[in-house]
Design a protein around this ligand. Structure first.
Ligand code: SF4
Length: 371
């Protein structure tokens, strides 16, 4: 059994544009329930839910405070390599783009980590482009060993790995995995992923489950909103999260809802995800998955982020650069353009002003793991 089997069944449901069949009664029923089923989720994502956004926001706020209090965890991504063997139509790191690729040495990783840690951050997300040749597991492992000296939590966002490889990294102190499916619609996925091992939809889809089985404390999933019909993509993402939550109660399952941003190429997104649509997605996620983490990235502009932190967000990135070595000089090619360029102290102040509690560290490894 895998989420793939569930996905095949879900594909026969009235998704996306067809969700116009849901009406006010369906939305009101969803709002009145404690545990929502897939039909409720579809109703909350449907056009019929738009007049209910305020009501959804109030309920989402109550649920978030009940499960998470006022805490919002801060983290930042750290790019260590931009070599990639895949051709994804929406990313600067795509193999088709010709630019000087970079990969940090361990001394550079240490310098970059020191610069980030000096801002107070204690949760780090280690990123590479997807290349087993240029960023093999041994390299990720070595980087993680350096990062553990500076941070209490080290997550990874790298190419899909086997269960054994995830176990190997977990044993070295990596405690979190982020794996974006990008697109759940299989036909769109095949079209946008032109070349490389990423074309294997199933291998990617099953990677978060392997992460849970390997013992990672937290696993984050998501679709890149804009690549395909957003209602359908949000529905599949939430169903994937619930699938993982039901089977792996010991793992914190989070969702990140990134929207498409400009990058080196010229691809234009297929689906226009407006601010209002993003709000609807976040609220539907919170109501359907009361105890899931919800992550908000710097792809969103500052003014919007200031409003979204009240709607169920539990993790927020700060002081972000999307280029390799960007915290200590950079000069590389950004994976995509960010929107909110505020520093860590500025984000911390924003959270305080909003009546929220910025949390820099909510996890520590008690036993020393061999590196
Ligand atoms: S999205 Fe990931 S796999 Fe695709 S080109 Fe960019 S770095 Fe490579």
């Amino acid at each position: 059994m895998s989420f793939y089997d569930t996905l095949l069944k879900l594909e026969s449901m009235p998704l996306g544009e067809q969700s116009g069949q849901y009406g006010r009664n369906d939305v009101e029923r969803a709002l009145s329930r404690e545990k929502l089923d897939p039909e409720d989720l579809l109703a909350l994502l449907s056009p019929a839910a738009v007049p209910y956004l305020e009501e959804m926001a109030q309920k989402a706020h109550r649920i978030t405070r009940a499960h998470f209090g006022y805490a919002v965890q801060l983290f930042t991504p750290m790019y260590v390599a931009d070599y990639c063997v895949n051709q994804c139509t929406y990313c600067s790191f795509s193999v088709e783009h010709d630019f000087a690729r970079k990969k940090l040495t361990m001394e550079e990783v240490d310098r970059e980590a020191s610069a980030i840690a000096a801002t107070g951050l204690r949760h780090i997300l280690l990123l590479t482009g997807e290349s087993r040749k240029d960023s093999p597991v041994s390299y990720v492992k070595e980087c993680a060993g350096v990062l553990r000296r500076h941070f209490s939590s080290v997550s990874i966002e790298v190419n899909p790995l086997s269960l054994e490889e995830y176990r190997e990294l977990a044993a070295c102190g990596v405690d979190g995995l982020t794996m974006f499916q990008e697109v759940y619609d299989r036909e769109t996925y095949a079209r946008l992923h032109v070349k490389g091992p990423k074309r294997n939809f199933r291998a990617r889809l099953d990677a978060p489950e392997r992460g849970c089985q390997a013992g990672f404390r937290s696993v984050t999933i998501g679709a890149l909103l804009g690549l395909s019909d957003w209602r359908r993509e949000a529905f599949m993402t939430a169903m994937h999260a619930r699938y993982l939550q039901d089977r792996y109660p010991g793992t914190e399952i989070s969702i990140a809802p990134p929207r498409f941003r400009p990058y080196l190429g010229s691809f234009s997104p297929e689906s226009d995800v407006t601010d209002r649509a993003l709000v609807q997605i976040i609220l539907a996620y919170r109501l359907f998955l009361p105890r899931s983490g919800l992550t908000l990235s710097t792809r969103e502009p500052a003014a919007l982020r200031d409003r979204l932190v009240h709607l169920g967000i539990t993790k927020i990135s700060a002081g972000v650069t999307t280029e390799v070595g960007g915290h200590t000089g950079g000069g590389g090619t950004p994976q995509f353009e960010i929107s909110d360029e505020r520093s860590v102290p500025e984000i911390r102040e924003m959270l305080y002003r909003s009546g929220l509690q910025p949390v820099f560290k909510d996890w520590d490894i008690l036993a020393e793991a061999p590196v």
